[in-house]
Design a protein around this ligand. Structure first.
Ligand code: HEM
Ligand SMILES: CC(C)=CCC/C(C)=C/CC/C(C)=C/COP(=O)(O)OP(=O)(O)O
Length: 311
Protein backbone atom coordinates (compact mmCIF):
# COMPACT_ATOMS: atom_id res chain seq x y z
CA UNK A 1 0.00 0.00 0.00
CA UNK A 2 1.70 3.22 -1.11
CA UNK A 3 0.05 6.51 -0.31
CA UNK A 4 0.83 9.25 -2.77
CA UNK A 5 1.40 12.68 -1.27
CA UNK A 6 0.74 15.58 -3.62
CA UNK A 7 3.91 17.41 -4.63
CA UNK A 8 3.74 21.01 -3.42
CA UNK A 9 5.82 22.13 -6.42
CA UNK A 10 4.23 24.94 -8.43
CA UNK A 11 1.99 23.67 -11.21
CA UNK A 12 3.58 25.97 -13.82
CA UNK A 13 5.20 24.08 -16.69
CA UNK A 14 7.96 26.71 -17.11
CA UNK A 15 11.26 25.23 -15.84
CA UNK A 16 12.60 26.82 -12.65
CA UNK A 17 16.08 28.28 -12.80
CA UNK A 18 18.32 25.57 -11.31
CA UNK A 19 20.44 26.65 -8.37
CA UNK A 20 23.70 24.69 -8.18
CA UNK A 21 23.13 24.14 -4.45
CA UNK A 22 19.87 22.32 -5.17
CA UNK A 23 21.49 20.23 -7.90
CA UNK A 24 24.30 19.39 -5.48
CA UNK A 25 21.75 18.42 -2.78
CA UNK A 26 20.16 16.01 -5.28
CA UNK A 27 23.35 13.94 -5.20
CA UNK A 28 22.96 13.29 -1.41
CA UNK A 29 26.51 14.55 -0.81
CA UNK A 30 26.78 13.54 2.87
CA UNK A 31 25.77 9.94 2.23
CA UNK A 32 27.81 9.73 -0.93
CA UNK A 33 30.95 10.99 0.85
CA UNK A 34 31.25 7.57 2.49
CA UNK A 35 30.36 5.77 -0.75
CA UNK A 36 33.18 7.65 -2.50
CA UNK A 37 35.55 7.07 0.41
CA UNK A 38 35.02 3.28 0.30
CA UNK A 39 35.58 3.40 -3.47
CA UNK A 40 38.83 5.32 -2.94
CA UNK A 41 39.95 2.81 -0.29
CA UNK A 42 39.20 -0.10 -2.64
CA UNK A 43 41.39 1.59 -5.23
CA UNK A 44 44.24 2.35 -2.80
CA UNK A 45 44.18 -1.04 -1.06
CA UNK A 46 44.69 -2.94 -4.32
CA UNK A 47 48.13 -4.58 -4.61
CA UNK A 48 49.16 -2.41 -7.54
CA UNK A 49 49.55 1.26 -8.32
CA UNK A 50 47.45 3.35 -10.66
CA UNK A 51 48.58 6.65 -12.19
CA UNK A 52 47.22 9.45 -9.92
CA UNK A 53 45.35 11.09 -12.82
CA UNK A 54 43.65 7.81 -13.68
CA UNK A 55 42.96 7.12 -10.00
CA UNK A 56 41.37 10.56 -9.64
CA UNK A 57 39.29 9.96 -12.78
CA UNK A 58 38.05 6.61 -11.47
CA UNK A 59 36.95 8.17 -8.16
CA UNK A 60 35.34 11.07 -10.03
CA UNK A 61 33.35 8.50 -12.04
CA UNK A 62 32.20 6.72 -8.85
CA UNK A 63 31.17 10.10 -7.39
CA UNK A 64 29.28 11.10 -10.54
CA UNK A 65 27.57 7.69 -10.82
CA UNK A 66 26.60 7.52 -7.15
CA UNK A 67 25.42 11.16 -7.18
CA UNK A 68 23.48 10.61 -10.40
CA UNK A 69 21.80 7.50 -8.97
CA UNK A 70 20.90 9.43 -5.81
CA UNK A 71 19.40 12.19 -7.98
CA UNK A 72 17.36 9.62 -9.91
CA UNK A 73 16.17 8.25 -6.55
CA UNK A 74 15.00 11.73 -5.48
CA UNK A 75 13.40 12.42 -8.86
CA UNK A 76 11.38 9.20 -8.56
CA UNK A 77 10.49 9.70 -4.89
CA UNK A 78 9.67 13.43 -4.88
CA UNK A 79 6.07 12.80 -3.76
CA UNK A 80 7.09 10.34 -1.03
CA UNK A 81 9.81 12.70 0.19
CA UNK A 82 7.22 15.46 0.51
CA UNK A 83 5.34 13.31 3.03
CA UNK A 84 8.25 12.56 5.38
CA UNK A 85 9.62 15.01 7.97
CA UNK A 86 13.22 13.86 7.32
CA UNK A 87 13.04 14.43 3.56
CA UNK A 88 10.41 17.16 3.08
CA UNK A 89 13.05 19.92 2.87
CA UNK A 90 14.70 18.43 -0.23
CA UNK A 91 14.73 20.61 -3.38
CA UNK A 92 12.05 18.66 -5.31
CA UNK A 93 9.38 18.42 -2.58
CA UNK A 94 10.07 22.09 -1.76
CA UNK A 95 9.49 23.00 -5.39
CA UNK A 96 12.90 24.74 -5.66
CA UNK A 97 13.81 22.59 -8.67
CA UNK A 98 11.62 21.25 -11.44
CA UNK A 99 11.46 17.54 -12.08
CA UNK A 100 12.61 17.58 -15.69
CA UNK A 101 15.79 19.42 -14.75
CA UNK A 102 16.40 16.90 -11.94
CA UNK A 103 15.86 13.93 -14.25
CA UNK A 104 18.09 15.33 -17.00
CA UNK A 105 20.83 16.27 -14.54
CA UNK A 106 20.70 12.73 -13.07
CA UNK A 107 20.69 11.09 -16.49
CA UNK A 108 23.68 13.09 -17.73
CA UNK A 109 25.68 12.36 -14.55
CA UNK A 110 25.00 8.61 -14.75
CA UNK A 111 25.72 8.28 -18.47
CA UNK A 112 28.85 10.45 -18.27
CA UNK A 113 30.20 8.47 -15.30
CA UNK A 114 29.88 5.12 -17.10
CA UNK A 115 31.31 6.29 -20.43
CA UNK A 116 34.20 8.19 -18.82
CA UNK A 117 35.03 5.14 -16.69
CA UNK A 118 34.88 2.91 -19.77
CA UNK A 119 36.98 5.08 -22.08
CA UNK A 120 39.50 6.30 -19.48
CA UNK A 121 39.87 3.35 -17.09
CA UNK A 122 38.29 -0.01 -17.92
CA UNK A 123 35.06 -1.31 -19.36
CA UNK A 124 34.81 -3.91 -16.58
CA UNK A 125 34.84 -1.12 -13.97
CA UNK A 126 32.34 0.80 -16.14
CA UNK A 127 30.04 -2.24 -16.33
CA UNK A 128 30.08 -2.71 -12.53
CA UNK A 129 29.41 1.02 -12.09
CA UNK A 130 26.45 0.77 -14.48
CA UNK A 131 25.10 -2.26 -12.57
CA UNK A 132 25.35 -0.39 -9.25
CA UNK A 133 23.54 2.66 -10.68
CA UNK A 134 20.70 0.50 -12.03
CA UNK A 135 20.67 -1.51 -8.79
CA UNK A 136 20.16 1.62 -6.65
CA UNK A 137 17.99 3.73 -8.95
CA UNK A 138 15.78 0.96 -10.37
CA UNK A 139 16.04 -2.35 -8.47
CA UNK A 140 16.08 -0.78 -4.98
CA UNK A 141 14.21 2.51 -5.47
CA UNK A 142 11.47 1.50 -7.90
CA UNK A 143 11.09 -2.21 -7.34
CA UNK A 144 12.17 -3.32 -3.82
CA UNK A 145 11.64 -0.27 -1.60
CA UNK A 146 7.86 0.03 -1.98
CA UNK A 147 7.31 -3.76 -1.92
CA UNK A 148 9.23 -5.68 0.72
CA UNK A 149 10.73 -5.15 4.19
CA UNK A 150 13.81 -6.96 2.83
CA UNK A 151 14.28 -3.93 0.50
CA UNK A 152 17.48 -2.75 2.12
CA UNK A 153 18.90 -6.25 2.67
CA UNK A 154 18.71 -7.07 -1.04
CA UNK A 155 19.07 -3.43 -2.12
CA UNK A 156 22.11 -3.02 0.13
CA UNK A 157 24.12 -4.66 -2.63
CA UNK A 158 24.03 -1.37 -4.53
CA UNK A 159 26.02 0.48 -1.89
CA UNK A 160 28.50 -2.38 -1.55
CA UNK A 161 29.89 -2.03 -5.08
CA UNK A 162 32.15 1.08 -4.79
CA UNK A 163 35.23 -0.64 -3.24
CA UNK A 164 34.91 -3.36 -5.87
CA UNK A 165 34.77 -0.69 -8.59
CA UNK A 166 37.82 1.06 -7.13
CA UNK A 167 39.73 -2.22 -6.95
CA UNK A 168 38.84 -3.20 -10.53
CA UNK A 169 39.80 0.30 -11.74
CA UNK A 170 43.27 -0.23 -10.23
CA UNK A 171 43.87 -3.91 -11.08
CA UNK A 172 41.62 -4.59 -14.06
CA UNK A 173 40.08 -7.68 -12.49
CA UNK A 174 37.86 -8.99 -9.69
CA UNK A 175 39.51 -11.10 -7.00
CA UNK A 176 38.78 -12.35 -3.49
CA UNK A 177 39.57 -9.22 -1.43
CA UNK A 178 37.12 -6.86 -3.20
CA UNK A 179 34.42 -9.52 -2.91
CA UNK A 180 35.04 -9.65 0.86
CA UNK A 181 34.89 -5.81 0.98
CA UNK A 182 31.57 -6.01 -0.88
CA UNK A 183 30.31 -8.53 1.71
CA UNK A 184 31.38 -6.31 4.63
CA UNK A 185 29.28 -3.37 3.35
CA UNK A 186 26.45 -5.73 2.45
CA UNK A 187 26.22 -7.05 6.03
CA UNK A 188 26.84 -3.60 7.53
CA UNK A 189 23.87 -2.01 5.69
CA UNK A 190 20.96 -3.59 7.64
CA UNK A 191 22.15 -2.47 11.10
CA UNK A 192 23.14 0.92 9.64
CA UNK A 193 19.75 1.53 8.13
CA UNK A 194 17.44 -0.24 10.60
CA UNK A 195 18.95 1.71 13.52
CA UNK A 196 17.77 4.84 11.69
CA UNK A 197 14.48 3.24 10.61
CA UNK A 198 13.66 2.53 14.27
CA UNK A 199 13.66 6.22 15.13
CA UNK A 200 11.96 7.47 11.96
CA UNK A 201 9.50 4.60 11.54
CA UNK A 202 6.40 6.78 11.81
CA UNK A 203 7.67 8.72 8.77
CA UNK A 204 7.89 5.50 6.73
CA UNK A 205 4.51 4.24 8.03
CA UNK A 206 2.91 7.55 7.02
CA UNK A 207 3.89 7.18 3.36
CA UNK A 208 3.32 3.41 3.21
CA UNK A 209 6.94 2.28 2.74
CA UNK A 210 7.22 -1.24 4.20
CA UNK A 211 10.45 -0.75 6.18
CA UNK A 212 11.24 -3.56 8.63
CA UNK A 213 10.12 -1.84 11.88
CA UNK A 214 6.83 -0.90 10.23
CA UNK A 215 6.07 -4.41 8.92
CA UNK A 216 7.79 -6.84 11.31
CA UNK A 217 7.70 -4.60 14.36
CA UNK A 218 10.42 -3.15 16.55
CA UNK A 219 11.28 -6.33 18.42
CA UNK A 220 12.01 -8.37 15.29
CA UNK A 221 14.01 -5.48 13.74
CA UNK A 222 16.13 -5.19 16.88
CA UNK A 223 16.94 -8.93 16.84
CA UNK A 224 17.85 -8.76 13.16
CA UNK A 225 20.19 -5.79 13.77
CA UNK A 226 21.94 -7.91 16.38
CA UNK A 227 22.22 -10.92 14.05
CA UNK A 228 23.91 -8.83 11.32
CA UNK A 229 26.27 -7.23 13.85
CA UNK A 230 27.31 -10.71 15.08
CA UNK A 231 28.07 -11.80 11.50
CA UNK A 232 29.96 -8.56 10.81
CA UNK A 233 32.54 -9.22 13.53
CA UNK A 234 34.30 -12.23 11.90
CA UNK A 235 33.54 -10.98 8.40
CA UNK A 236 35.27 -7.64 8.97
CA UNK A 237 38.42 -9.48 10.12
CA UNK A 238 38.42 -11.80 7.10
CA UNK A 239 40.79 -9.62 4.98
CA UNK A 240 43.43 -10.39 7.66
CA UNK A 241 43.19 -14.09 6.82
CA UNK A 242 43.08 -13.95 3.04
CA UNK A 243 45.81 -15.86 1.17
CA UNK A 244 48.48 -14.39 -1.13
CA UNK A 245 49.36 -10.72 -1.66
CA UNK A 246 45.78 -9.60 -1.10
CA UNK A 247 45.62 -10.12 2.62
CA UNK A 248 45.59 -7.23 5.07
CA UNK A 249 48.01 -7.08 8.00
CA UNK A 250 47.64 -7.05 11.78
CA UNK A 251 47.01 -3.28 11.94
CA UNK A 252 43.88 -3.79 9.88
CA UNK A 253 42.96 -7.04 11.67
CA UNK A 254 43.17 -5.59 15.17
CA UNK A 255 41.39 -2.38 14.09
CA UNK A 256 38.59 -4.46 12.57
CA UNK A 257 38.17 -6.54 15.72
CA UNK A 258 38.10 -3.47 17.98
CA UNK A 259 35.77 -1.43 15.73
CA UNK A 260 33.42 -4.39 15.20
CA UNK A 261 33.36 -5.24 18.91
CA UNK A 262 32.14 -1.71 19.67
CA UNK A 263 29.61 -2.06 16.84
CA UNK A 264 28.43 -5.32 18.38
CA UNK A 265 28.22 -3.83 21.89
CA UNK A 266 26.05 -0.95 20.62
CA UNK A 267 23.94 -3.45 18.65
CA UNK A 268 23.46 -5.64 21.72
CA UNK A 269 22.13 -2.59 23.56
CA UNK A 270 19.71 -1.84 20.71
CA UNK A 271 18.96 -5.49 19.92
CA UNK A 272 17.95 -6.52 23.43
CA UNK A 273 15.99 -3.37 24.23
CA UNK A 274 12.35 -4.20 24.81
CA UNK A 275 10.71 -0.82 25.14
CA UNK A 276 8.90 0.76 22.28
CA UNK A 277 8.60 4.48 22.50
CA UNK A 278 8.07 7.61 20.47
CA UNK A 279 10.51 8.07 17.58
CA UNK A 280 12.33 10.90 19.33
CA UNK A 281 13.25 8.94 22.48
CA UNK A 282 15.72 6.53 20.96
CA UNK A 283 19.19 7.48 22.10
CA UNK A 284 20.82 4.02 21.74
CA UNK A 285 19.43 3.68 18.22
CA UNK A 286 20.70 7.15 17.27
CA UNK A 287 24.10 6.29 18.72
CA UNK A 288 24.26 3.02 16.76
CA UNK A 289 23.35 4.84 13.54
CA UNK A 290 26.00 7.53 14.10
CA UNK A 291 28.60 4.91 15.02
CA UNK A 292 27.75 2.83 11.92
CA UNK A 293 28.94 5.71 9.75
CA UNK A 294 32.10 6.28 11.79
CA UNK A 295 32.72 2.51 11.79
CA UNK A 296 32.81 2.16 8.01
CA UNK A 297 35.01 5.24 7.58
CA UNK A 298 37.45 3.91 10.18
CA UNK A 299 37.45 0.31 8.91
CA UNK A 300 38.24 1.28 5.32
CA UNK A 301 40.80 3.86 6.48
CA UNK A 302 42.52 1.10 8.50
CA UNK A 303 42.71 -1.06 5.37
CA UNK A 304 44.56 1.68 3.48
CA UNK A 305 46.85 2.65 6.39
CA UNK A 306 47.74 -1.04 6.78
CA UNK A 307 48.53 -1.36 3.09
CA UNK A 308 50.98 1.57 3.13
CA UNK A 309 52.76 0.74 6.38
CA UNK A 310 56.47 0.18 5.77
CA UNK A 311 56.49 -3.03 7.86
C1 HEM B 1 20.25 0.31 0.87
C2 HEM B 1 21.24 0.83 1.56
C3 HEM B 1 21.16 2.06 2.43
C4 HEM B 1 20.09 2.71 2.91
C5 HEM B 1 18.63 2.38 2.70
C6 HEM B 1 20.58 3.86 3.64
C7 HEM B 1 19.78 4.81 4.23
C8 HEM B 1 20.24 5.94 4.82
C9 HEM B 1 19.40 7.01 5.24
C10 HEM B 1 17.91 7.06 5.05
C11 HEM B 1 20.18 7.95 5.79
C12 HEM B 1 19.75 9.30 6.36
C13 HEM B 1 20.19 10.30 5.34
C14 HEM B 1 19.33 11.47 5.17
O1 HEM B 1 18.54 11.80 6.04
O2 HEM B 1 19.46 12.10 4.10
C15 HEM B 1 21.53 7.48 5.71
C16 HEM B 1 22.61 8.17 6.17
C17 HEM B 1 23.88 7.86 5.82
N1 HEM B 1 24.27 6.80 5.06
FE1 HEM B 1 23.13 5.26 4.49
N2 HEM B 1 21.93 3.88 3.61
C18 HEM B 1 22.32 2.80 2.86
C19 HEM B 1 23.58 2.46 2.54
C20 HEM B 1 24.65 3.28 2.77
C21 HEM B 1 25.96 3.03 2.24
C22 HEM B 1 26.33 1.85 1.37
C23 HEM B 1 26.73 4.04 2.67
C24 HEM B 1 28.18 4.27 2.45
C25 HEM B 1 29.05 3.34 2.16
C26 HEM B 1 25.92 4.92 3.48
C27 HEM B 1 26.37 6.05 4.09
C28 HEM B 1 25.61 6.89 4.85
C29 HEM B 1 26.11 8.08 5.53
C30 HEM B 1 27.56 8.57 5.53
C31 HEM B 1 25.02 8.67 6.16
C32 HEM B 1 25.03 9.92 7.06
C33 HEM B 1 24.72 11.14 6.27
C34 HEM B 1 24.62 12.35 7.16
O3 HEM B 1 25.46 12.53 8.02
O4 HEM B 1 23.69 13.12 6.94
N3 HEM B 1 24.66 4.41 3.51
N4 HEM B 1 21.54 6.26 5.12
C1 LIG C 1 28.09 3.75 -7.31
C2 LIG C 1 26.72 3.77 -6.79
C3 LIG C 1 25.61 3.89 -7.73
C4 LIG C 1 26.53 3.72 -5.47
C5 LIG C 1 25.22 3.76 -4.87
C6 LIG C 1 25.46 3.79 -3.43
C7 LIG C 1 24.22 3.54 -2.65
C8 LIG C 1 23.26 2.52 -3.08
C9 LIG C 1 24.00 4.15 -1.61
C10 LIG C 1 22.76 3.91 -0.90
C11 LIG C 1 22.70 4.96 0.10
C12 LIG C 1 21.43 5.65 0.26
C13 LIG C 1 21.39 7.10 0.04
C14 LIG C 1 20.39 5.07 0.67
C15 LIG C 1 19.24 5.87 1.00
O1 LIG C 1 18.14 5.11 0.93
P1 LIG C 1 16.89 5.80 0.35
O2 LIG C 1 17.22 6.23 -1.02
O3 LIG C 1 15.78 4.87 0.55
O4 LIG C 1 16.81 7.03 1.36
P2 LIG C 1 15.95 8.33 1.41
O5 LIG C 1 14.68 7.94 2.09
O6 LIG C 1 16.79 9.24 2.24
O7 LIG C 1 15.74 8.83 0.02
Amino acid sequence: MTMTIPNPAPASSAPLPADWRDLFALTKPRVMSLVIFTGLCGLLAAPTTIHPVLGFTAILCIAMGAGGAAALNQWWEADLDAGMKRTAQRPLPQGRLDRTTARDFAGVLCAASVFLMGFAISWLAAAILAVSIVYYAVVYTIWLKPRTPQNIVIGGGAGAFPPLIGWVAATGHVSLMPVVLFAIIFFWTPPHFWALALFVKTDYAKVGIPMMPVVAGERSTRRQILAYAVLLLPLSALPWWLPGDEHAGAVYGVSALVLSSVFLALSVRVGLRERTGPDDAMKPEKQLFAYSVLYLFALFAALVVDRFLPF
